[in-house]
Design a protein around this ligand. Sequence first.
Ligand code: FAD
Length: 376
Amino acid sequence: MSSEKVIIVGAGVAGLSLAIMLAEQNIESQVLESRQRFDGPTSGVRISAEGVKILRLMKMDAIGEDTQRVDLRFGGLSASFSAPKRDTSAIMVTRLALHEQLMKRAHSLGICVVTGFNVAAMTESADSAEVTSDSNEKVTGTLLVGADGVGSKLRQLLNSVQSSTKTYAGYLGVGFITRDETKIEMTLHNYPGHQIGIASCGKVNEAATNKSIFMWTHIRMPEADAKLATQASVEAELARRAERWSPELRRKYELYARDAEAILAYGPIYNGKPPDRWYSSRMILIGDAAHPYGPGGQGISMALKDARALCAVIARGFAEDDKREFQRSRAQESRALGEAAEKRNSKGPSSTKWGILAEGVAMKAVEIFTRGTLEF
Ligand SMILES: Cc1cc2nc3c(=O)[nH]c(=O)nc-3n(C[C@H](O)[C@H](O)[C@H](O)COP(=O)(O)OP(=O)(O)OC[C@H]3O[C@@H](n4cnc5c(N)ncnc54)[C@H](O)[C@@H]3O)c2cc1C
């Protein structure tokens, strides 16, 4: 057993995955999480094949639904792409199902996850680090990992001279999960001013008896309006948009809207400026805390890859050179993926029929040129 005791702040994908990987190397950790419970409205996420491979190495049960294709629809035009054939496929899964499996694996390894612990401050000395909660509880360890997400407190504490708080990305993210056993490959329907995505995502959680689909969209609005959004206002906007959808998509939506157990999740989307400083002598950041870009379809795989890389750094003794290389290599990858996603998200969909048609023609050309195979 290593002599390290690692305190991990945040029981999201990054924090729990790191705890699991450390436990597999006989390194002790404790996870501190501000939330009391993990239920509440959930949404779907796509995890790339690279991320799924890491989940398998962590011995996670099969979750979600395989997805190897993305279909793009632009009115009457469509373009279809598949990922290069590999032994592992990307999946669509609910956050709840993923979290449930991570917690199950963490408990099976005897990892202690403390809930209701909202980290408010930290201090470090030459050989230890200590965090204090907002109710003045203290936990001490030899290392401290900030896996506390896009609004990371630990990022702010580590970068006090830099403004690194989260910033509004300009839109409300809306996700809708409802029962549907029919397999739907990830399909993005483009309409003037908005895009609708739909895909099968497997069971909402382990206890569910049916499979579900996930339908999502973005609603552009000022932050103040996004904070005031209600279930009724979001449903009204979806119904208004549905009037413009293809008969096939509208029929599905009307069916879904009647499902009393459907789950609607919505919220303002935030990202932030990646900080200059990812680590100090006893502390380091991973996941969205280190690279807080908005949704880009890679955040979970990035968190898993960060966890794998950091586990190796800790197992080797948390040396200065290893930490520097961790920041350099992980920042390089997150910058490439995150900035591309930010550009896509901030551009927004075309607002005219002609713009949509032009995009459709361009995508059709890409489909022909790449023979319908793309990394995504
Ligand atoms: C709308 C939306 C859609 C997305 N879609 C996708 C997708 O399809 N595919 C994909 O790969 N990624 C997607 N992402 C990104 C992905 O969700 C994140 O990149 C990923 O969850 C990051 O994991 P994390 O563990 O770093 O952070 P989080 O999952 O945010 O976990 C951080 C944890 O820290 C806790 N915490 C925060 N502050 C404190 C504190 N002070 N003390 C203690 N605990 C604290 C939080 O409660 C939380 O549990 C999406 C993001 C959004 C917003």
